[in-house]
Design a protein around this ligand. Structure first.
Ligand SMILES: Cc1ncc(COP(=O)(O)O)c(C=O)c1O
Length: 398
């Protein structure tokens, strides 16, 4: 597979979000990409060179579809990368990378705080079923990372800011440790998005994005991306995980996300700005015992975040209320502008309690237990968000 085409290389991210991957429809002259729902394509007359597990030729929608490929151009462009593979979800992207890279007996290092499915995939599935040696490490502690990563390590996987505590990992420092030991580094960039952070520029080998979140941004489509300059491994991922495991994204989801991405930088900048304002407000509340947001000077990762993030510090705030699980639930249910639901990076603000019975709570810093809430900022007015938080706090006596 050749490098992804980007006619807008060098332009600002907002210009690239609009134009990269777009084009005139050959048949009609329409200025927007059409939606191609076909799952099968006309074969060449001579079949002798056709590889049915390859993505080089449009043969069948699982081998690739035009909407997927246009979206791949746009997402690769957001990271200034040579290649991107779009799959059905962020979890499908994580799985595809792990599935392609790992063999039984490989050593993999991953963080104590990460999205739940990473823990399920590595701690349970790959470890129990495929005998991959998976080791949990506190990635904010570089001495611990140095101890864990050895010349036998295949992959170091990190997430920054992490889900759900918004902790920060130093990407460049971990890349150096990984590469000094011959290991690869993958970075889940979902909480930052490419508006704030481009891990390939900091030494990462692979970036994972759940584009379900900020890049689609409208809460109505699911997709996941692997972004890399390692064209050879990317082709293996296409062959092994996309075509032969079948985790490809649908044309319709690709079309939706492509459309959502046109306004990705504009929407996400607004979300980052509001998140900073709301985090500062939350930090002043008497019954909010802790606020974790990388844009706050009180955050232990603030200095590293300033070094590796730009345009802001993400759209998710984690905070802790001075109360129990049940009252946290009542607080979330009392909100009127902010929606009580999972996910993040949508147009609407979303809030989700992290109960103290979460099986991984013992892995998180103590300050998060109990009363822990994950809050994804949306596009509502900052004052309406603040007023809503204030009335819900009051309604539960906080
Ligand atoms: C950091 C992170 N990575 C990956 C995912 C998975 O993405 P998806 O829901 O698109 O499978 C999520 C979902 O919340 C996430 O927060």
């Amino acid at each position: 597979m050749a490098k992804k085409k980007d006619d807008y290389k060098g332009y600002d991210i907002s210009t690239r979000a609009v134009h990269t991957g777009n084009g005139y429809d050959q048949e009609t002259g329409a200025v927007r990409r059409p939606l191609h729902m076909a799952n099968s394509y006309k074969l060449p007359d001579d079949l002798s060179t056709v590889n049915y597990s390859s993505t080089d030729l449009l043969i069948y929608a699982r081998n690739g579809n035009p909407n997927q490929q246009w979206l791949e151009e746009k997402v690769a462009s957001m990271h200034d990368a040579d290649d991107c593979i779009m799959l059905g979800s962020g979890v499908a992207a994580l799985h595809a990378l792990f599935w392609t890279l790992f063999e039984s007996g490989d050593h993999v290092v991953y963080p104590n705080v990460s999205y739940m499915a990473v823990y399920r995939l590595l701690h349970e599935l790959f470890n129990n079923k495929y005998k991959v040696d998976t080791e949990i490490v506190d990635m904010t502690d570089l001495d611990a990372v140095k101890k864990a990563v050895t010349p036998g390590t295949k992959l170091v996987h990190i997430e920054t800011p992490d889900n759900p505590t918004c902790g920060i990992t130093d990407i460049a420092a971990v890349a150096e440790i990984a590469h000094a030991n011959g290991a690869l580094l993958s970075v889940d960039n979902t909480f930052a998005s490419p508006l704030a952070q481009k891990p390939l520029e900091l030494g990462a080998d692979f970036v994972i994005e759940s584009v379900t979140k900020f890049m689609n941004g409208h809460g109505d489509a699911q997709g996941g991306a692997i972004i890399s300059n390692d064209l050879e491994t990317m082709d293996r991922i296409r062959y092994e995980a996309q075509v032969n495991v079948g985790s490809v994204i649908s044309p319709f989801n690709s079309w939706q996300i492509f459309r959502g991405m046109v306004t990705f930088p504009l929407r996400t900048q607004r979300i980052f700005d509001t998140a900073q304002t709301v985090a500062e407000w939350l930090e002043q509340r008497e019954n909010v015992t802790y606020v974790s947001y990388p844009g706050l000077p009180s955050n232990p990762g603030h200095e590293v975040a300033k070094k590796q993030m730009k345009n802001g510090f993400g759209g998710v705030i984690s905070f802790v209320l001075n109360t129990d699980d049940k009252t946290v639930e009542k607080f979330c249910a009392a909100l009127k502008v902010i929606t009580f639901a999972v996910s993040l990076g949508h147009d609407e603000s979303l809030i989700f309690p992290q109960p103290s019975y979460d099986e991984r709570m013992y892995l998180y810093p103590d300050v998060f237990n109990p009363g822990f809430v994950r809050f994804s900022i949306g596009l509502e007015s900052p004052q309406d968000i603040i007023d809503d938080l204030a009335q819900a706090l009051k309604s539960v006596g906080l």
